[in-house]
Design a protein around this ligand. Structure first.
Ligand code: AMP
Length: 139
């Protein structure tokens, strides 16, 4: 497996060098809106510790991350009123991974509304910001 690149875009987001629409942050974890959402409320949950994907992450990092993902998913569901949600996580480009810093996707599902393509159109920033605020107040 290719080595982890500590200059990847999600590290820049963690450091605040690139803006994001944040929905949750603590010592170990950051969650923010996906800028190319597959559905309304598509959120990413990332560890602050660097790993390329599931395979090189420490088990304790994974354990913490899935707990935080549960917490964020509950807030996303409350804020969006979605009918369900998917958790997605891709490992390597062949599997669809485009950012090589471990992350879980929380993708809300709505009755009768198909998902948009992965890494499709960039969403309106104002709408993403408003949604992030709604999710933040749903914890
Ligand atoms: P993956 O393809 O599983 O590696 O997922 C990476 C995700 O990050 C994609 O769904 C992208 O839409 C999303 N993404 C890429 N750049 C940014 C960014 N600057 N802010 C928020 N989401 C991003």
């Amino acid at each position: 497996m290719t080595a982890y690149d500590p200059d990847n875009i999600f590290v820049k987001i963690i450091k605040g060098e690139i803006p994001c629409h944040k929905v949750y942050e603590d010592d170990t974890t950051l969650a923010f809106m996906d800028i190319m959402p597959q559905s309304r409320g598509h959120t990413l949950v990332i560890p602050k510790t660097g790993s390329r994907n599931l395979l090189d992450a420490q088990p304790e990092v994974l354990a913490d991350l899935i707990g935080k993902t549960q917490k964020v998913a509950a807030a996303v569901m409350r804020a969006t009123g979605a009918d369900g949600f998917r958790i997605m996580q891709f490992n390597e480009a062949q599997a669809g991974q485009t950012v090589f810093h471990l992350h879980f996707h929380i993708v809300p599902m709505y009755e009768g509304i198909p998902l948009r393509p992965h890494t499709g159109e960039t969403a309106d920033h104002e709408a993403l910001g408003a949604l992030a605020e709604k999710i933040r107040s749903a914890f």
